[in-house]
Design a protein. Sequence first.
Length: 217
Amino acid sequence: MIPFAKVMPFIFAGLLVAQPGGATSAPVRMVEKVIQQGLPDQPDALLEVSRALFDDYQQHHEAVALIFHSYALLRLANHFEAVNDYVNASEYAKLGFFYLDEAVDTHETNFRLRYLRARVDAYLPAKLGRCVVTLQDTEILLRQAKAFDAAIQAQINVMRYRALSSCRDHTRANALLTAMQNGTLSERKLLALGTDSTPEWDAHELAQILMPLVKGE
């Protein structure tokens, strides 16, 4: 089986570029490239991409670009934390969380943006992430469960489990873990990745979260 990461660029490109009558869309934006290819690992390249994402946001005023900009900044914060550069780590973390919250707080009713904030927060290292914010976001999202299919609900449950564990709410974390272990196949697959892995974007997230945001919905 070909990994989804290999085929997603083609799916994404087809959804964006193909237009009625054979017309094509505008050139691919930075936010679209990041969704297709992911963020780079090298700090210099990551900083360059973060700036390009902010430029994308300023040009198009779409909060999804601001969220990916914030994610790049938080990745930089994690890098500087790892090399004991705590001044830069603190500055990038403050900026990252500021823009992450701004994207959601200025669009409070947009559940897709809230989903992205929860996903960013949930998979940051525990020392950098904000478990309380993730718990609030996932609680709101689970109230709107009918808006998602089972695969997205599984993602939300796993994010909530990670937040409960980070907040050391072990009683509720263990209860949710047991429910997921006996739950859907999607939940069991996500749990199998382990605590140190961030899942790739899947087709459900692409169709229900990312594509609508890129298209301005």
